[in-house]
Design a protein around this ligand. Structure first.
Ligand code: PHE
Length: 339
């Protein structure tokens, strides 16, 4: 019987079965307990020997069960280790890495250029007062040129800025000329009530620039804009100025850059002129200085407003401005710096 029991312990396949067998063999109703209970019917001289033997068998079975339990536990553990094995030498899943938006890349480049020339970079509110967006820019309430910029009004006096030019007024108002000239650029988002199409977006970017000091001339403006063109597009791209009109500059110009498609020879993209318009600029209007408390008899300078969206479209041949605002990663990852 002892031998048989030991065999049955060996054959058990899992921990649950082993536990059942333990109860069966060593439990209250098991053979050992029964045998010990029946001991009282034996002659007194046989009892010690019988008891000893029964205890011995019980201990033996107990340790056999324990050994088997260890064996089964180890088997379970081995199985898990096998199943959950990780091969640390396999290549990992690539983690998607972000990058600056293509427009931001252009803005960063412009900022670096101007910081290198000692300009401050300032940002202003997108929800702006009529006073800064228009009035202090020499555009009083009834000025017809307000129609040039379809405006999202929030209240009569508060609007979504239509240009970054209000930052001219905000910085002029504060600048202390005894500390030196004012040299500032202000990049940011502007808004106009345009119907979105391939060349219009109700939200787009501008980088405003302004320099005010004594003895600033239009040649300084042209030289500065030329540097921007060279920096962003390369030395073979040139700038030309055409007379234009803005209420806050006099004289005003629009600046064209050498046409990308034809390298200046003329093609459909530039309407056979060899040039593409990229920004507005001019010498800051005396009224703008006066309204901000700066004496136009002493100080003067230039201002410009350029459009990074336009620059990005030209630089990368993007034919629909809306792509910049759809956040489609398939479009955006094309401008990854890693290539
Ligand atoms: N703010 C003007 C526009 O949006 C551009 C501009 C800026 C022109 C500064 C001249 C000087 O049309």
């Amino acid at each position: 019987i002892r031998q048989e029991r030991r065999e049955s312990i060996k054959e058990v396949g899992d921990l649950k079965g082993l536990d059942a067998l333990r109860v069966e063999l060593l439990g209250k109703k098991g053979p050992i307990t029964q045998a010990l209970r029946g001991m009282k019917d034996l002659p007194a001289e046989e009892r010690p020997q019988f008891g000893q033997f029964a205890n011995h068998v019980r201990d033996e079975l107990q340790s056999a069960i324990e050994a088997k339990r260890d064996e089964l536990k180890q088997a379970v553990l081995n199985k898990r280790l096998q199943e959950e094995k990780i091969d640390v030498t396999l290549p990992g899943k690539p983690v998607a890495q972000g990058q600056p938006h293509v427009i931001q890349q252009i803005v960063d480049q412009i900022e670096d250029l101007f910081i290198g020339m000692g300009y401050q970079v300032l940002s202003g509110p997108e929800v702006e007062e009529d006073k800064y967006n228009f009035e202090m820019m020499n555009l009083p309430k009834d000025h017809p040129a307000r129609d040039m910029q379809d405006t999202f009004y929030i209240t009569k006096e508060i609007l979504m800025r239509t240009q970054t030019s209000p930052m001219q007024a905000r910085t002029l108002e504060k600048h202390d000329f005894s500390q030196g000239p004012l040299k500032m650029i202000s990049p940011g988002v502007v808004y106009r009530r345009d119907t979105d199409d391939p060349t219009h977006s109700h939200q787009f970017h501008q980088v405003e620039g302004i320099v005010i000091d004594k003895h600033i001339t239009m040649a300084d403006l042209k030289g500065t804009l030329q540097l921007v063109a060279h920096e962003l597009f390369g030395d073979r791209f040139d700038i030309r100025l055409r007379p234009s009109y803005f209420p806050f500059t006099e004289p005003s110009v629009e600046a064209d850059i050498t046409c990308f498609n034809c390298g200046g020879k003329g093609c459909a993209v530039c309407k056979y002129t060899g040039w593409i318009e990229v920004l507005g600029a001019g010498m800051v209007h005396p009224n703008v200085l006066k309204i901000a408390g700066v004496d136009p008899e002493v100080y003067g300078g230039f201002a410009f407003g350029l459009g990074p969206d336009r620059f990005a479209m030209l630089k990368y041949g993007v034919d629909d401005i809306r792509n910049f605002y759809l956040n489609d990663v398939r479009f955006l990852t094309q401008f990854s710096k890693k290539g």
